[in-house]
Design a protein around this ligand. Structure first.
Ligand code: AHR
Length: 512
């Protein structure tokens, strides 16, 4: 057992938490759409063909925003293929995932699913095979309320009211060699600028996210961000980050230890901070007070289903089983720690999308015609989405730690604190990274009401077996359990956190 201290003070804040940090991602790939969210023959399907069980789990997950329709798929997508009578829509080869896309789900169907699940859509425009003209036409089709031909076409297809898609991605991972019609930073920066200009002429209310480099470890990282923003700084609001957390399971001698795996929390913190630095350097060169915000619009654990048949299957199948990563407790704890880290960057990180939602590296799994269940990573996301409202307070941590080759001393405690002044409610998200010892934690909640606080919620995600998973047969094997023994005394909170655990504790002022 060891002791740790956390001090938070209402006077020391990071910033308001943007609820769009609890976004997800739905790509037309594998079984995310077909037999994931959409399966007309499923017993739970609604009138539009969407699975009711998956919609219910999506609501329970508490996601706020959804990025759509890709991903790598986006760079070959024709939105026109997905509108009009479903029986007349073309089947297309999807060159991103070597699959056949039936286009039975398109923008109209997807918008109806967004309405039923309460998600804000974040659409992408294809800057791979297509460009500015297609993008401005897509915005006009979706968002124009007047009587232009494209607006009338949308109305004729059944949507009188505009979709009012508020935020758009300018392409996807355009520096990746795998991308359909990859671009250099000069090509993409110019294209993003001109496309953004036209899209905003059609609908000045939209927000736009430019592609950052596809990953922090891309050789193009840094220079890409700098050069792209040099072109489109004035026209965009966000720069994207993508990160998949790995274990080198296929590298002989690779470090697959849990502490190293979990240290990706710090690696990604640095990714965010370095990206802010590059964006602000561009601002500084322009003597601009504008600040580009960040959209971490793909993030998750992804290393097992990352080879061979997980990526590509022969014969151009429809809805093949791709990237069907099965998550364990170790993954769920990393996701929980990542959520805290992201909250702690709330001043610049405004959007994040867990990639993806169903079956494809998803928190929800389904069987065609069968059950839907929660993967382990569902739980920290759902708890954080449920309880994180308000202002992120700056956590002052005193905790023993362990040495890491790159990041130096890493505290065992990972924490974030979100405080909602109006309700008097404060949520603590706490990870004990020590693998074998419990942590006696003392939290000083300064300025949060000495006249008394009461406990609202205390849950822990912890298991003797870090490899434990949920499955169709055992869908509830891993789930949060009540966290016992939380003591709240005035502004002081004491709790014992189990080894290798992620926890949420919510208190509120007895008198708000
Ligand atoms: O989420 C799976 C894929 O990962 C996406 O299509 C792509 O953007 C990323 O490389």
């Amino acid at each position: 057992m060891f002791s740790a201290h956390l001090i938070v003070d209402r006077d020391f804040t990071i910033g308001p938490l943007d609820r769009r940090l609890f976004g997800v991602f739905v790509e037309h790939m594998g079984r995310c759409v077909y037999t994931g969210i959409y399966e007309p023959d499923h017993p739970s399907a609604d009138a539009d063909g969407f699975r009711g069980d998956v919609a219910a789990l999506t609501r329970e997950l508490g996601a706020t925003l959804v990025r759509y329709p890709g991903g790598n798929f986006l760079s070959g997508y024709n939105w026109e293929d997905g509108v009009g009578p479903a029986a007349e829509r073309p089947s297309r080869l999807d060159l991103a995932w070597f699959s056949t896309e039936s286009n039975q789900v398109g923008p109209h169907e997807f918008m109806s699913w967004c309405r039923s699940t309460g998600l804000t859509p974040m659409f992408g425009v294809n800057l791979g095979t297509r460009g500015a003209d297609e993008a401005r036409r897509f915005v006009e089709y979706c968002n124009h309320g007047g009587s232009s031909s494209l607006a009338r076409l949308r109305q004729n297809h059944g949507s009188e009211a505009p979709f009012a898609v508020p935020i758009w991605c300018l392409g996807n991972e355009m520096d990746g060699p795998w991308q359909i019609c990859r671009k250099t930073h000069e090509e993409y920066g110019r294209l993003a600028l001109e496309t953004a200009k036209l899209m905003r002429m059609v609908d000045p209310s939209i927000e736009l996210a430019a592609c950052g480099s596809s990953a922090y470890d891309m050789p193009s990282y840094g220079v890409w961000e700098d050069r792209v923003l040099e072109h489109c700084f004035e026209q965009v609001d966000y720069l994207s980050l993508h990160s998949y957390f790995v274990k080198p399971i296929h590298t002989p001698g690779g470090d697959c230890s849990t502490p190293t795996f979990w240290a990706q929390i710090e690696t990604n913190a640095r990714y965010i901070e370095d990206t802010v630095a590059v964006a602000d350097a561009v601002a500084a060169r322009r003597h601009s007070a504008k600040r580009i915000m960040l959209s971490f619009d793909e993030w998750n654990v992804w290393y097992r289903a990352r080879h061979g048949e997980h990526l590509k299957q022969e014969g151009w199948p429809q809805a093949p089983r791709l990237l069907e990563e099965v998550y364990n407790v170790e993954d769920a704890l990393l996701v929980g720690g990542m959520l805290s880290m992201m909250m702690n960057h709330a001043d610049r990180l405004k959007i994040a999308c867990l990639a993806q939602l169903v079956n494809v590296i998803g928190p929800i799994m389904t069987e065609p015609g069968g059950a839907a269940w929660r993967q382990t990573i569902f739980h920290p996301f759902a708890l954080a989405a449920r309880w994180a409202h308000g202002t992120v307070l700056r956590p002052q941590i005193r905790s023993p730690g362990h040495a890491h080759a790159v990041h130096g001393e890493l505290p065992h405690l990972v924490a974030s604190v979100v405080d909602e002044a109006a309700s008097g409610r404060t949520a603590l998200f706490l990870m004990n990274r020590h693998l074998s010892e419990p942590m006696d934690l003392q939290v000083s909640l300064r300025g949060l009401g000495g006249e008394g606080r009461r406990l609202v919620e205390a849950q822990q995600l912890q298991d003797e077996d870090l490899q434990a998973c949920n499955s169709d047969e055992q869908p509830e094997r891993v789930r949060p359990q009540p966290l016992e023994g939380v003591q709240v005394d005035g502004e002081c909170l004491r709790v014992r956190l189990q080894p290798a655990s992620w926890n949420v504790i919510v208190t509120e002022a007895a008198r708000p």
